[in-house]
Design a binder for this molecule. Structure first.
Ligand code: MLT
Length: 309
């Protein structure tokens, strides 16, 4: 297409539905955030954002799909720490994480919750930690794939407790949660977004939050630091991405629609109910998002440098 046609296309964007790739299984926290924010952005943009789940390889398969898509704003990605950690953990990626994406803006941040199956023999957080320390490989810990939040949380727990669990990989914490409810696995770190509804339903047991501070929506749960896991502080984040080379006008339109979603009282109410927060105003620009991505890549390179598969 000519340059003029490209610019005209950017001005009229979006003229058809937009694909939003979730790189994990349906029913998990990334899917939940994508649907919530996608709904509001659809209304602002006047076109449907269609959520498509492309799970596998800790989110890197879905990320690859978007990295190689046309940079026209019609294929987007919601991603989190696994996009950054993947650069260290998966040496055979078909894209370079630092340069393959146009960051569009940060979405939400919040803690994870340390959960166990309902009939697990541990009365409280202190007892669970004791059981996990003693149980080692007898404790089956579910996660959403190498590099996901739930996986990194489990790995940090192993390091802090100086033990090894039996780690069980799924394509997302959605299916892992189903197995936790069914008693097929013992323990999981899951984002508050999907943990809180399960805790309210009484399908699993919550023991602690992974952040440095207690969470308003789960006031009774101690932090892992309170339980003696020194310096344990794990916070999740999501951001929205397009392929690198997406026209600036399209990036700005998507950033603006995302910011509107994060100012929408309906969405803020839903976020608060599940213990997650929108990124503050001054961290919402595409350039702030890019800085965050590059910093996260460097952080996880440092933390995981010696553990690449
Ligand atoms: C998911 O949606 O399954 C999660 O975001 C996975 C995770 O990072 O634990």
């Amino acid at each position: 297409a000519s340059l003029a046609a490209g610019i005209a296309g950017a001005q009229g964007y979006p003229e058809r539905p937009v694909n939003l790739v979730v790189p994990f299984a349906a029913g998990g926290p990334s899917d939940a955030i994508a649907r919530l924010v996608g709904q509001s952005m659809s209304e602002t943009l006047g076109q449907q954002l269609i959520v498509e789940s492309v799970g596998g390889a800790g989110g890197t398969l879905g990320a690859a799909r978007v990295a190689h898509a046309d940079p026209d704003g019609y294929t987007l990605l919601i991603a989190h720490v696994s996009l950054a950690a993947g650069e260290t953990l998966y040496p055979d990626l078909t894209y370079e994480t630092q340069t393959a994406f146009a960051p569009l803006g940060m979405i939400n941040q919040g803690p994870m919750v340390l959960l166990a199956r309902k009939d697990f023999d541990a009365a409280d957080g202190a007892a669970l930690i004791q059981r996990m320390k003693e149980g080692g490989e007898d404790i089956a810990v579910g996660h959403a794939g190498v590099g996901s939040n739930s996986h990194l949380c489990a790995v940090l727990l192993e390091k802090t407790m100086d033990t090894k669990f039996t780690l069980v990989a799924y394509q997302g914490t959605g299916p892992a949660m189903n197995d936790l409810m069914a008693g097929g696995i013992d323990v999981m770190c899951d984002q508050s977004t999907t943990s809180i509804p399960q805790l309210e339903g009484g399908t699993v047991k919550g023991y602690a939050v992974t952040s440095a501070e207690r969470l308003e929506a789960l006031k009774d749960l101690p932090t892992l630091q309170e339980l003696g896991l020194e310096d344990f502080n794990f916070t999740i984040w999501h951001g929205l991405y397009a392929p690198a080379g997406t026209p600036t006008e399209v990036v700005e339109k998507l950033n603006s629609a995302l910011q509107d979603a994060l100012d929408d009282q309906k969405i803020l109410g839903r976020f608060a109910a599940v213990g997650t927060s929108p990124f503050p105003d001054d961290q919402r620009s595409p350039s702030a998002h890019n800085e965050k991505l590059q910093a996260e890549i460097a952080t996880w390179q440092r933390v995981l440098g010696d553990t690449a598969e």
